[in-house]
Ligand binder design. Structure first.
Ligand code: PEP
Length: 260
């Protein structure tokens, strides 16, 4: 018997465009998806993370319930940090969430666990939702240390975070070896890691907090595998990269996440 109530979980499908699409393509995507939202299941929350230059416009557009996420956020507060954009700025633009700790940011932009933790704190203090990404690399998976890696990432990222503050945090489990590779974690692998994360949250906070925290799977999720992944008991939805670029694929994935 789990310590948490599965029925209280919140289904979320979030898209991450990464550095793709022109502003016109972004507008077109939002217009098509905004209309399609009327026929999407109402138990799935939809989030999209466009490139930063488009955030303000898309957040202010007619988005029919689609939430907007930044793909990253500064670890600093407002001030003399050329090129950075802060959690406060994102909130002032109507942005709802920020992705924090995505493996591409960790690997390509040297974002350490310490920086990730600072970003989590900045977002929480600004009232910006956090989509906290964690995931092991192939070497860790091959040596069987994936749980240790994820636990260390979560301990560090959530240091000082209270259970009340967790209401603004979504966790995305994204095995690095599955991101953009076409290689997806099996349903068993995803279920095992999501169960592990849920239990960790129950130990770290409490059963109620663990039950209310959405835990998303990310890594080559697409219409053909979304059903199988989302039916795993602790998988509340997905963080979708490549397949979020296409509105038809994205809609199919959203439908796969419905509990109805
Ligand atoms: C991601 O970037 O978070 C991701 C899951 O990408 P993809 O779906 O393309 O593997």
């Amino acid at each position: 018997m789990h310590k948490y109530q599965i029925s209280k979980m919140r289904n979320i499908v979030a898209g991450n465009w990464k550095s793709n699409k022109s502003i016109n393509e972004a507008r077109e995507w939002m217009s098509v998806m905004g209309e399609a939202m009327d026929s999407m299941p109402n138990d799935v929350r939809v989030i999209i993370a466009p490139p930063a230059p488009y955030l303000s416009e898309l957040a202010g557009s007619d988005r029919n319930g689609i939430l907007i996420a930044a793909q990253q956020v500064s670890a600093f507060s407002d001030g003399a940090y050329t090129g950075e954009f802060t959690a406060n700025m994102l909130v002032s633009c109507g942005v709802d969430f920020a992705l924090v700790g995505h493996s591409e940011r960790r690997a390509d932009f040297n974002e350490s666990d310490e920086i990730v933790a600072k970003k989590v704190r900045r977002c929480i203090d600004a009232g910006l939702g956090v989509m906290l990404c964690c995931g092991e690399n192939l070497a860790s998976r091959d040596e069987g240390s994936q749980e240790t890696v994820i636990k260390e990432q979560l301990i560090s990222a959530l240091e000082g975070v209270s259970s009340e503050e967790m209401t603004g945090v979504v966790v995305a489990y994204e095995p690095i070896w599955a991101i953009g590779t076409g290689r997806t974690a099996s349903a068993d692998q995803a279920a095992e890691m999501h169960r592990f994360i849920r239990h960790y949250l129950a130990d770290r906070f409490d059963a109620d907090t663990a039950s209310k925290t959405s835990i998303l799977y990310g890594g080559s999720c697409k219409p053909s595998n979304a059903d199988e992944l989302f039916t795993c008991s602790d998988v509340d939805g997905g963080l979708i990269g490549g397949a979020s670029l296409d509105t038809a694929d994205f809609q199919l994935i959203i439908k796969s996440d419905s509990s109805y």
